[in-house]
Design a protein around this ligand. Structure first.
Ligand code: GDP
Ligand code: MG
Length: 164
């Protein structure tokens, strides 16, 4: 069967926006869209000669900090159990936060390839170097992307398919 790529990360980092870019249409619901009930959303994606399935693990996410961490742990476990490659999304605009480190710790211990995508790098010329702060997560070189502006997506996918 096809390889599975799971997208994980804190609420509001842009997981669903990234997923929708990969899916090529609006399947997953970006924040503030009413009527979201599904927990995991799947799309078939092709890149180069590879066909794979991408999962947005975020679903409908909680808002209180305790619940967020619990939810993120569950989503990370789902990704570790089901995915061949995990894309951990963080947010350049919010910067590194404690929950990023906690999820990174879980993902680092998993025996799965994890790519670190730094989203919201809306201007590569201005902000590309700022992503190196996220190197501290211990997940290798950060990959700058802007899901909203569709920047860096191809370079990220090149790295994803290298692990199949
Ligand atoms: P999720 O909770 O991780 O699934 O995040 P969403 O995809 O729902 O996005 C959360 C917010 O971030 C929304 O307001 C998006 O429009 C915004 N967003 C997503 N990607 C980008 C990006 O690349 N740049 C900027 N500036 N905003 C983004
Ligand atoms: Mg979402």
């Amino acid at each position: 069967s096809k390889p599975i790529v799971a997208i994980v990360g804190r609420p509001n980092v842009g997981k669903s926006t990234l997923f929708n870019v990969l899916a090529g249409e609006k399947i997953s619901i970006v924040k503030d869209t009413p009527g979201v009930t599904r927990d995991r959303i799947y799309a078939d994606v092709s890149w180069l000669n590879y066909d794979f399935t991408v999962i947005d693990t975020g679903g409908l996410e909680p808002e209180t900090n305790d619940e967020i961490l619990k939810h993120m742990r569950t989503q990370a476990d789902i990704a570790i159990d089901t995915a061949d490659v995990i894309v951990f999304v963080v947010d350049l605009k919010q910067g590194l936060v404690d929950n990023d480190f906690k999820v990174a710790d879980i993902l680092r211990r998993a025996n799965k390839p994890v790519l670190l995508a730094v989203n919201k790098v809306d201007n590569f010329e201005k902000y590309q170097l700022d992503v190196y702060e996220f190197f501290n997560l211990g997940l290798g070189d950060p990959i700058p992307v802007s899901s909203a502006s569709k920047l860096g997506i191809g370079d990220m996918l090149d790295q994803v398919v290298e692990h199949f």
